[in-house]
Design a protein around this ligand. Structure first.
Ligand code: SF4
Length: 394
C-alpha cells in the first residue's frame, strides 16, 4: 500500500508532516529514527506479559485483536485463553457451530465480532487453504476485518510495515502533532493515519505498533497524560502547547437513541427451583441470534403493550398451561442497559406456568433452562441483568 507514492494515503515521504487546521508539523528523518527507537526501547522495557504475545501464530493475533476492539485488556485475557483452548486453530473455529462460538463470546459484547470471526474462518479454510493473508489489502477482504485489524495482523503476525490506529494511537498522534479537528471526521482521521503510516518502524513494525498502543493506554491516557515520564515528550507539540488535553478534539459521542422494552421471566413449576423459558432472537438485528428472556422492544420512549409481550410468549406456551396470567401485568423491576447507539430501559414481568410444559418441545427458537444454568447459554449482558433483577422477587 506504500509502493506507488502517488496518493495522499499511500505516500510514505521522508518527512512526517501534515497540515490540519493551519498547523504543519514535521519530523526529519533523523528525528523519526530517534522517535522509533524511543518507542521501541520503552516498549521493550514496559511491555505487558499478555497471553497472545507469547503465541507466534497469526490466528492467535487475529483473535486477540478482534477481542480487544471495544473491550479492556484485563477482560480479554480470560476470554482469549478459553477461546484458544476450545478453538486452537482456524480449522477448529471454522468447524464449530455458531451457537458454540456465541456462547464462548457471551459477555464480551458486540457479538457481530464473533459472527465475523466465524464467517472469516470459514473463508480462510474454504478458500485460502487455511492460511490468513499477509497483506493489509487482502486481509481487509475478509468479513469483519477493517483497517485496524488488518494493520495489526499484518504488522504483528507477519512483520509487514503496516500502520494501525486504534483509540490509543489516535490520541498519542493527535497530541504529538497537535492535530486539530475531530478524529471521527475525515480530515483529522486521514491526518492521523497518514502520520501513523510514516512513523511505523521498518524493522520491527509489530513491536512499534504495540508500543504506540501501550503508550496510549499506560502513559498518554485520556484524562491524565503522564508527560513527565513519556519517552516521546521531546517531539510532542501537544505538550509544547501547554495543553495536551485539548487533543484530540472530543466528539460529542454516539447519539444514543432511547428504546423501551418489556421482558417476561416465564418460570415453570416451583418459582425457586424451576426452569426459565428463553427465546432465541432473530439472526439479524440487535443481539442477533442470542438467547434472551422473552422480550418485546420498540424505538422511542413509550413502552410496548403488555399484550404484545403475552402474544409473543403465547407462541411457545399454550393458554391452558398458564398458571397466573394476571400476574404478568405487574412490573417486578426496571432494568437499564446501554448499547453503543441505544439506551434501553426494560420493564421486567413474570409469569408462572405448569411444570410439565417444559417437557414439551416447542421449536428451536425456544428452550427451557435451569435458573442456575442461565449464564451458560449464549446471551447478552442485558439478559443477565433482567434475571438478576428478577431473582430477589422469587
Ligand atoms: Fe502524550 Fe504527554 Fe507524551 Fe505528548 S508528552 S505523547 S501528551 S504523554
Amino acid at each position: 500500500m506504500r509502493s506507488g507514492g502517488t496518493t495522499k494515503k499511500s505516500a510514505v515521504s521522508d518527512q512526517t508532516s501534515h497540515t490540519e487546521g493551519g498547523k504543519t508539523e514535521q519530523l526529519n528523518p533523523d528525528q523519526r529514527m530517534a522517535f522509533r527507537r524511543a518507542v521501541l526501547e520503552w516498549f521493550d522495557e514496559h511491555r505487558r506479559q499478555l497471553p497472545w504475545r507469547s503465541i507466534a501464530d497469526p490466528y492467535a493475533t487475529w483473535v486477540s485483536e478482534v477481542m480487544l476492539q471495544q473491550t479492556r485488556v484485563e477482560t480479554v485475557v480470560d476470554y482469549f485463553r478459553r477461546w484458544m483452548e476450545r478453538f486452537p486453530d482456524v480449522e477448529a473455529l471454522a468447524d464449530a457451530d455458531i451457537e458454540e462460538v456465541l456462547e464462548l463470546w457471551s459477555g464480551l459484547g458486540y457479538y457481530r465480532r464473533a459472527r465475523y470471526l466465524h464467517r472469516a474462518a470459514k473463508t480462510v479454510v474454504g478458500e485460502l487453504g487455511g492460511r490468513l493473508p499477509e497483506r493489509v489489502e487482502k486481509l481487509k477482504e475478509l468479513p469483519g476485518i477493517g483497517p485496524y485489524t488488518a494493520g495489526a495482523v499484518a504488522s504483528i503476525a507477519f512483520g509487514k510495515r503496516a500502520p494501525l490506529v486504534d483509540g490509543n494511537v489516535e490520541r498519542v498522534i493527535a497530541r504529538l502533532f497537535a492535530i486539530e479537528g475531530d478524529p471521527k471526521r475525515a480530515a483529522a482521521r486521514e491526518a492521523i493515519w497518514s502520520a501513523a503510516e510514516r512513523l511505523v518502524d521498518e524493522e520491527r513494525p509489530g513491536d512499534f505498533n504495540q508500543g504506540m498502543m501501550e503508550l496510549g493506554s499506560e502513559v498518554c491516557t485520556a484524562s491524565n497524560p503522564g508527560c513527565v515520564s513519556c519517552p516521546v515528550r521531546r517531539w510532542c507539540r501537544g505538550l509544547a502547547s501547554g495543553d495536551p488535553h485539548r487533543y484530540p478534539e472530543s466528539s460529542r459521542g454516539p447519539n444514543q437513541e432511547p428504546m423501551r422494552a418489556r421482558s417476561c421471566v416465564v418460570y415453570a413449576g416451583d418459582k425457586n427451583n424451576g426452569k426459565l423459558l428463553l427465546r432465541r432472537r432473530p439472526e439479524e438485528g440487535l443481539l442477533g441470534g442470542l438467547w434472551e428472556i422473552p422480550s418485546v422492544e420498540q424505538q422511542g420512549k413509550s413502552w410496548p403493550d403488555v399484550e404484545t409481550l403475552i402474544e409473543r410468549i403465547g407462541s411457545a406456551i399454550p393458554d391452558e398451561k398458564v398458571v397466573d396470567v394476571d400476574g404478568v401485568d405487574a412490573v417486578v423491576a426496571t432494568v437499564e442497559h446501554v448499547f453503543s447507539h441505544r439506551r434501553l430501559k426494560t420493564r421486567v414481568h413474570e409469569l408462572g406456568v405448569g411444570e410439565q410444559v417444559c417437557d414439551q418441545p416447542v421449536s428451536d427458537r425456544w428452550r427451557w433452562v435451569e435458573v442456575d444454568d442461565v449464564d451458560s447459554v449464549a446471551s447478552a449482558a442485558l439478559m443477565d441483568k433482567v434475571v438478576a433483577a428478577w431473582l430477589p422477587h422469587r
